[in-house]
Design a protein around this ligand. Structure first.
Ligand SMILES: Cc1ncc(COP(=O)(O)O)c(C=O)c1O
Length: 377
């Protein structure tokens, strides 16, 4: 389902010292001093000699609960620390993905949970959303049809959506929740990019008993390599998930220490990160106006990335990304996010130093002309 080149290339991309990482929505801004200090202390104390508590440090679980649910959380709302959000998604798909489950999501999407569920026996139903008239979001009528037809339906709702940066209003979520209730469906609300959104809402505020929320520290905090995330759910879903918990020896202690420290500075940090990343989005959008055939898909994006449609350039997204890679700039394409839209758009991360985006913008016209020349030959 996923182009395996993206996997086999990784070691090479890592070993290229000057590579600009603009392909994975990771956060490359200088860490907040409080987070750096917590990490250095945890390393120097050899905190990592220990396993963390099986469900994560209590302090961190509390902080996440407060971040997501607020002060008014019910006693049966629980947090499990996972090895990144992906580990939580794996657990959910493993527990709920057996036949005859139907996992419903958008096309394009973030594909890995689809693979997890398929391996468990689930059917996957993809609803096309790459369409300006749909605002690049799931449409209620499509969703109703898929939820009604699919057996044991589960909605995998990525919001904001990687790769396009679209996000749902509270009113839209309410309408989706009504259909979920009518069809007795569960929803996995993947909120990995929540902190980059202009106005984000949680499905669990509307439908707490049927929502599993997945949480990541990779992007807002910038600790993708420390593999720390969480899932939030109410009992009995939480208890059902725990029965097959694979990280029973606890998740990364360094990541958890960094996350605890980050909550004490989260507001100022997020403001700073969004100022930089939205400025980077703007810079890219301005350059696109000067390059024929390229335009942003959702602008401004609610994620820390910008999808750029390249259909009218006459050059494939893969060719453009490959040319950027030769120039030591790693970006992603629709190939990673959809079997149908393979060559239609590029995706560029924006939580990176401004100088990286300046470089990308400088290279863009010549990348395109090199690709076009190659096509003509
Ligand atoms: C939509 C979505 N969910 C989950 C993840 C994985 O997050 P983590 O790094 O916390 O495992 C990603 C990573 O790119 C993502 O795009």
């Amino acid at each position: 389902m996923v182009n395996s080149d993206f996997l086999t290339n990784f070691d090479e991309i890592h070993s290229t010292e000057k590579m600009l990482w603009l392909g994975q929505n990771t956060n490359h801004l200088p860490a907040h001093p409080a987070v750096k200090e917590a990490l250095l202390k945890a390393v120097s104390n050899q905190t990592y000699n220990n396993y963390a508590p099986p469900q994560g440090y209590e302090e961190l679980r509390e902080l996440i609960l407060r971040d997501v649910v607020g002060e008014s959380s019910a006693p049966d709302t629980k947090v499990l620390i996972t090895d990144g959000a992906i580990d939580g998604l794996y657990l959910v798909c493993k527990r709920y993905g057996d036949a005859p489950t139907t996992l419903i999501t958008s096309d394009p999407t973030w594909v890995w949970p689809l693979n997890f569920a398929k391996n468990q026996g689930a059917n996957v139903r993809l609803l096309p959303i790459y369409d300006g008239s749909k605002d690049y979001k799931l449409q209620l009528s499509d969703l109703r049809e898929a939820l009604t037809q699919g057996s044991n339906p589960i909605l995998y709702l990525i919001d904001p959506l990687n790769p396009l940066g679209s996000s749902y209003t509270r009113d839209e979520l309410k309408k989706i929740a009504e259909v979920l209730e009518e069809t007795d469906a569960l929803v996995i609300h993947d909120c990995t990019y929540r902190d980059f959104a202009f106005d984000h809402h949680l499905m669990r505020d509307i439908l707490p008993k049927k929502t599993i929320t997945t949480y990541s520290f990779s992007k807002w905090l910038g600790i993708a390599g420390l593999r720390t995330g969480a899932i939030i759910a109410d009992t009995p879903i939480f208890e059902f998930l725990l029965q097959d918990q694979s990280n029973i020896l606890g998740s990364n202690v360094l990541g958890q220490r960094a996350a605890i420290a980050a909550f004490s500075v989260k507001e100022e940090w997020i403001d700073e990160v969004n100022t930089v990343q939205r400025g980077n989005q703007k810079m890219i959008a301005e350059v696109l106006q000067m390059v024929e055939g390229l335009h942003p898909v959702v602008y401004p994006s609610n994620g820390n990335f910008l999808a750029v449609d390249c259909q009218s350039t006459g050059v494939t997204a893969t060719a453009i990304a490959a040319e950027f890679l030769k120039r030591e700039i790693f970006i992603r394409t629709s190939n990673y996010h959809s079997e149908v839209l393979k060559e239609l758009f590029l995706k560029i991360s924006t939580t990176v130093p401004v100088s990286w985006v300046e470089r990308l913008c400088e290279e863009l016209p010549s990348v395109l002309s090199t690709c076009s020349e190659k096509d003509r030959k």
